[in-house]
Design a protein around this ligand. Structure first.
Ligand SMILES: [Mg+2]
Length: 224
């Protein structure tokens, strides 16, 4: 068995701008109360921005709860478009000549979202093998395993060579676990300057050419 180069990728914020359907739903709901939603992509300096802004506008905590629920609603998340460049980069790395590179998706989405996530992935990334999509089990969630802990465990178990992640807290957790992790640029991770050297500043797609050169060299060295 040849050694495998294992690439792990988060989904939300890396493969898909999941905040977009949540923002669309936010604008729709706020419009029912005659509010114009002012939130722009660049305002999203935290995952809580949409909730906090909506609450500040409506002053209605009960009404605004649906923002938090939106992040767990399969009917909303499945509407997200993919980041085409990111999926192309992952597919190109996965299909590198020789077949000794594996791409896995590791997400902290809750187990109830597994079915809809599989459907989304089959639609937008049919090359992605269903058994390489990893979410927490019901038992793990009930046992208190956090998304960050789950990702670190998965990275160790799958012997990840690299992880692509957008959440700065998750990035720290993975790096502390010894996993080389590329922070994909998003407004919610630009607030921490100390992370600047570890961020893929341009698009994910810009990462692909140097990555392929490294991967081809790695594959060649393992076959030599
Ligand atoms: Mg993410």
């Amino acid at each position: 068995m040849p050694e495998v180069f294992t690439i792990l990728s988060d989904l939300d914020g890396v493969q898909a701008p999941t905040h977009e359907p949540v923002m669309i739903e936010t604008a729709r709901r706020l419009a029912t109360r005659n509010y114009n939603c002012p939130i722009q992509y660049s305002d999203l300096t935290s995952w809580h921005t949409i909730y906090r802004t909506s609450l500040a506008m409506t002053q209605d905590r009960e009404f605004t709860q649906w923002v938090n629920q939106s992040w767990f609603d399969p009917n909303i998340l499945i509407q997200s478009r993919p980041y085409t460049g990111a999926l192309l980069a992952l597919r190109t790395m996965n299909n590198i000549k020789g077949g000794i590179v594996e791409v896995h998706t590791v997400t902290s989405r809750i187990p109830a979202l597994k079915e809809s996530t599989l459907v989304w992935q089959q639609k937008h990334a049919p090359w992605h093998m269903p058994n390489r999509l990893h979410l927490r089990s019901e038992q793990e969630v009930d046992g208190g395993l956090t998304g960050d802990q789950f990702k670190a465990n998965a990275a160790r178990n799958l012997r990840a060579n690299v992880f692509f992640e957008d959440n700065p807290d998750t990035w720290k957790c993975l790096v502390e676990a010894g996993i080389p992790t590329v922070l994909i640029a998003q407004p919610w991770n630009f607030t921490q300057e100390e992370l600047d050297p570890y961020r893929c500043v341009n698009s994910f797609a810009s990462f692909i050419i140097p990555s392929l050169v490294l991967l081809r060299n790695w594959c060649h060295s393992k076959k030599a």
